[in-house]
Design a protein around this ligand. Structure first.
Ligand code: SF4
Length: 345
């Protein structure tokens, strides 16, 4: 698999496109969604992170109180949306009931806004956030997941995976759970709760290409076991405003090669997402010819994670018409989906 990084580009593109087309035809999937990022005050110190703040006194810090959640949802929701995505920091002072309460409030809000054929999924908390909820609140994983599920959690995002290699993890995110724990939490979501989740890989920092391949193969193995991953999202390291800024960023070619190799390595995961707020809309669209098939959603200017890291999209918002027009202009067919890849017509 590692030798694919040296393969001639036309052959690599052709092979990844073959797998992409056999799984997804000429579709580009998208959804209508918004994010809630409850806080950026974080007990962890990941060196690649441009989002975290030490405490409320630091410029740019925020932390939503429970009573802020519904007004925020009202401000960001647009009729027809089918997903609310909740992900934030590991706040040092919030009990489990805070996170559980957010999911409960958001699920209730979602139920009130649903229209026929458009149910709204609550996609909440990375495995890292869940691990810290367990640790800080002395909860076992099963209890934690069951309580979140009872509160309204429908699916989980794939963040926090970074790179599973312990040696790299120690250097870039020493406070985070191990790769094994990340996989354990997703395995539990798939098998205990019976819900699908996503998975990610942060690449283009200090990891080697071999570390990326090992990471992909670990995800492949779990997918063979549970079948619970909906989509894999390769996340390119963005270099502004963090401790690893001096590294710069990988080239467009390295990004596209990584997408193509991911498509080949993970042919047991149906979807590869090119998350447009992180890549920028042009490169995300280009990735569709290198194995990707999903752009993510409309977002309505609701995420700051990549804008704080220097992404081109400082207020990420895409309209449905823009998604459709850009996809058609590039020769693809934009298809709206829900969080579980059911077509919405
Ligand atoms: S990546 Fe997440 S856990 Fe790490 S410092 Fe940033 S907000 Fe905290």
């Amino acid at each position: 698999m590692l030798e694919l990084y040296e393969a001639p580009l036309p052959e690599l593109q052709a092979a990844s496109s073959f797998v992409r087309k056999s799984l997804n035809g000429d579709r580009i999937w998208y959804n209508r969604n918004f994010h809630i990022e409850p806080s950026n005050i974080c007990a962890h110190r990941c060196r690649f992170c441009s989002y975290r703040r030490d405490d409320a006194a630091q410029p740019g810090a925020w932390s939503m109180e429970p009573e802020d959640i519904l007004p925020y949802c009202e401000a960001k929701f647009e009729p027809g949306m089918t997903e609310i995505h909740i992900v934030g920091s590991v706040h040092p002072g919030r009990p489990f009931s805070y996170y559980e309460g957010i999911v409960r409030q958001v699920k209730e809000f979602a139920r009130q806004k649903e229209t026929p054929g458009r149910s709204i999924a609550v996609k909440a908390y990375t495995a890292v956030e869940i691990d810290d909820m367990c640790r800080y609140n002395r909860l076992d994983l099963e209890d934690c997941l069951q309580r979140l599920r009872a509160a309204g959690l429908d699916t989980m995002p794939g963040g926090g995976a970074e790179i599973f290699s312990p040696h790299i993890r120690r250097q870039i995110c020493p406070d985070k759970c191990t790769g094994e724990r990340w996989l354990e939490i997703h395995r539990a979501a798939h098998t205990l709760l019976g819900i699908p989740t996503n998975c990610t890989m942060l690449f283009g920092h200090i990891e080697s290409r071999a570390d990326r391949i090992d990471h992909l193969l670990a995800l492949r193995e779990l997918q063979d076991e549970t079948g619970g991953f909906n989509a894999f999202i390769p996340l390119k390291f963005r270099s502004q405003g963090n401790e690893l800024s001096g590294l710069g960023e990988v080239s467009r070619e390295e990004v596209l090669r990584t997408f193509a190799i991911a498509r080949l390595a993970l042919d047991n995961i149906s979807h590869i997402k090119a998350y447009w707020p992180m890549l920028g809309r042009d490169l995300a669209l280009e990735a569709m010819s290198w194995g990707a098939d999903d752009l993510d959603g409309t977002l309505n200017d609701s995420t700051k994670i990549y804008s704080l890291a220097g992404a081109e999209e400082q207020h990420p918002t895409l309209s449905v018409s823009e998604l459709q027009e850009k996809s058609a202009a590039a020769g693809w067919k934009a298809v709206e989906r829900d969080s579980f890849y059911k077509i919405i017509s």
